[in-house]
Design a protein around this ligand. Sequence first.
Ligand SMILES: [Zn+2]
Length: 112
Amino acid sequence: MTDGEMHEILRCDEPARAHLVAGFLDSHGIPAEVVGDQNFWADGSMVPKDMRPTVRVPAEYAEQATGLLAELEANRRLGEPWTCPRCEDFVPPAFVECPVCGALRPPRRSDA
Ligand SMILES: [Zn+2]
């Protein structure tokens, strides 16, 4: 194991978003990590921008991760959460496949 350099690829306003993105990258075989997700003041207000939750990936994955993020953003604009046709789990719109069983998202009615 080498302790490779980590690249920051996304800074989020909220920890949940950072974890969603990291989980998405992870599902594509990219070992993403979230740092700074504890950085919230007790009263719930935002910490300074440079302390907000950040998603990082090893340098060698940075390019791939950036491409996936663009895809994720496009998907996010598309949508609504969907229900997995196989395991009936509730899946966030950013996912193109079920994070539980791996089934692909069915075509949307609006795609027709
Ligand atoms: Zn499923």
